[in-house]
Design a protein around this ligand. Structure first.
Ligand code: 2XP
Ligand code: FE2
Length: 299
């Protein structure tokens, strides 16, 4: 069996607004339009990832938060109806996802070797969170690939960002080792927004873009600083300033997806491709790809 590899990593934020605006058939709420810069960024990114012919998608999601340990989905199929608790009028999605259980179990095993507490979710009625569904839908609306879903252990909130980042880095190493053994071509999705203060009022209709803008100038400057580091291939420098960035902007990367992904990619020093940046109800969001295979990454 050939060695598996990570062919790309993507910062793949999950505003449910984008699925609503796309008018996705699986979603009960359908918008007319909205958030085009982000939706078009996803369209470009999706094609560049499709060209890599991935065999499995892995997603680390902040909205499956686990207090004890790092969890993975451990049944071959999950079907259900996911409703966003904050935006139930925009996102009520009927999902049907196939899990790469072998790879999930391998990750749990590798993570345990690195000293992480792990658990495998085997409840057939488990409700998949909207972060997972939105990032996967926007990256691969056909749902034709098996997936691995990793929970966000709550250590960055319960202990500290630095402690949490250490755990997420180990999870990234474990994911890399498991993918190598799997023989598969994998794409990693860090399901995270950037600056993350929501507006408290929504326009009517929600897709009225005359109201949409970044929450404040300071958040915008921080988001641009972070994107410049990504585009310059300075992922270690980015991780060094991550706690300060999170403290200043409530950035959703706190939950660990970005740290997990950059560790699994061996801290890329090649430039990431910024497909687009835009705000959703005031939060900063960017679709960014690390073309790992193309850059000669070995992981
Ligand atoms: O509420 C959240 O945590 C989201 N990430 C979705 C909403 C707006 C987005 O960025
Ligand atoms: Fe979120």
């Amino acid at each position: 069996m050939p060695k598996g590899k990570i062919v790309a990593g993507v910062l793949a934020p999950h505003p449910p607004h984008l699925v609503y605006a796309e008018g996705a058939a699986q979603n009960e709420a359908r918008g007319e339009c909205g958030w085009e810069e982000l939706r078009w960024a996803y369209a470009r990114c999706r094609e560049s990832i499709r060209a890599l012919e991935p065999e499995v998608l892995l997603v680390h999601t902040p909205h499956w938060q686990t207090i004890v340990g790092h969890h993975v989905l451990g049944l071959p199929r999950f079907q259900g109806h996911a409703v966003d608790p904050i935006f139930p009028h925009l996102f009520r999605y009927h999902y049907d996802l196939q899990v790469d259980v072998d790879l999930s179990l391998r990750i749990a095993e590798e993570a345990a070797h690195l000293g992480l507490l792990t658990k495998v979710m085997k409840n057939p009625d488990f409700r998949i969170d909207y972060g997972t569904i939105t990032s996967l839908h926007l990256m691969r609306p056909e749902w034709d690939l098996p997936v691995v879903v990793l929970s966000a252990n709550n250590s960055p909130y319960y202990f500290s960002d630095v402690y949490g980042m250490d755990e997420m880095s180990k999870l990234g190493q474990a994911s890399q080792a498991a993918i190598a053994k799997s023989g598969k071509r994998a794409v990693l999705l860090a399901s995270n927004s950037l600056s993350h203060r929501h507006f408290t009022r929504e326009p009517e209709p929600a897709e009225d873009m005359t109201h949409e803008h970044i929450y404040d100038y300071g958040h915008y400057l921080w988001d641009m600083k972070v994107l410049r580091l990504m585009a310059a291939g300075q992922s270690r420098e980015l991780l060094d300033i991550l706690p300060e960035y999170i403290a200043n902007t409530a950035a959703e990367v706190k939950a660990g997806g970005l740290t997990w992904m950059l560790a699994a990619l061996d801290y890329p020093s090649y430039p990431a491709e910024i497909h687009g940046y835009g705000s959703v109800i005031g939060t900063g969001n960017a679709v960014v790809a690390w073309q790992h295979e193309r850059a000669g990454g070995q992981a």
